[in-house]
Design a binder for this molecule. Structure first.
Ligand code: UDP
Length: 256
């Protein structure tokens, strides 16, 4: 599978032109950043795990009727996706208080929220992705009211599905961030789930121990990030192939 010119490089991923018009190759890097790049590191093997975990979650969401940009995984670090026009709004769904909402509203971390809450942040590194309302989104033309309704409805469905999926493997889905894009198909435009869903953009806590199994391990200098991501993959039943140079580290296989 040939990949073309690099069209975009972000903090954790690179997008290349795909083999056919309307396709892109999404490459997962090992780079970790937090606090708008004020904290940066390379964590070997992270890209491989995120590629695999995101593939699995997008596939499952697709099977239950959520339209996504995902086509197929190409190799350890890359997946083929449909090119979409990204809506410049990050959608955050929260079930439990953690991160920014704890500071903003003075909540205790770990408090169950009265119901799932959907928030929007304007995608802007310079402005630190500020929280915005539907009013801002429509006034500045980032999305129209119908698109906002669609994003909210899809986000809540995704939350219900992922909460159940993770609960089944002993993990609490505290919150997550997703992005949507516009896909033109047969002269019709529809909203599809884009970007990625991985422990980089979710908060995942072990149900028993409350241990953090997500990027907060990096943000809070807790260590053990790769081990935590690998454990998420293992519980989801994903076997992460391990080839020299892929940087996934040795995987112990039980003889039981
Ligand atoms: N998140 C993300 N990218 C961002 C900001 C947040 O993926 O640029 C994720 C984050 O990992 C968490 C959720 O969105 O799962 C909610 O994050 P929050 O708004 O609490 O911001 P944070 O505390 O991470 O700055």
């Amino acid at each position: 599978m040939s990949r073309g010119r690099r069209v975009y490089e972000g903090k954790a991923k690179i997008l290349y032109e795909g083999p056919e018009p309307g396709t892109l190759v999404q490459h997962f890097k090992d780079d970790a950043t937090a606090f708008n790049k004020k904290k940066q590191d390379r964590i070997e093997g992270k890209g491989v795990l995120n590629n695999r975990i995101s593939e699995y979650l997008f596939q499952k969401l697709g099977e239950m009727g959520v339209p996504t940009h995902f086509v197929k995984r190409l190799n350890m670090r890359e997946q083929l996706i449909r090119a979409v026009e990204i809506i410049p709004v990050e959608v955050v769904v929260r079930n439990v208080a953690a991160g920014a909402i704890v500071k903003r509203l003075g909540l205790d971390e770990g408090t169950q929220l009265p119901r799932s809450i959907v928030e929007f942040n304007y995608k802007s590194d310079e402005l630190d992705d500020p929280i915005v309302s539907e009013e801002h989104i429509t006034a500045f033309g980032w999305a129209n009211p119908q698109e906002i309704d669609e994003m909210i409805a899809l986000s809540l469905r995704i939350n219900d599905f992922l909460s159940g999926l993770f609960l089944g493997v002993g993990i609490r889905l505290v919150d997550f961030k997703i992005e949507f894009g516009r896909l033109i198909e047969n002269d019709m435009m529809r909203i599809v789930l884009a970007d990625e869903i991985s422990p980089d953009c979710c908060r995942l806590w072990d149900i028993e121990t409350q241990d953090k199994m997500d990027k907060d391990r990096f943000r809070e200098d807790l260590g053990g990030l790769i081990e935590a991501y690998r454990e998420v993959a293992r519980r989801l039943g994903l076997f992460i192939e391990n080839r020299p140079g892929d940087g996934a580290g040795p995987v112990l296989v039980s003889s039981k």
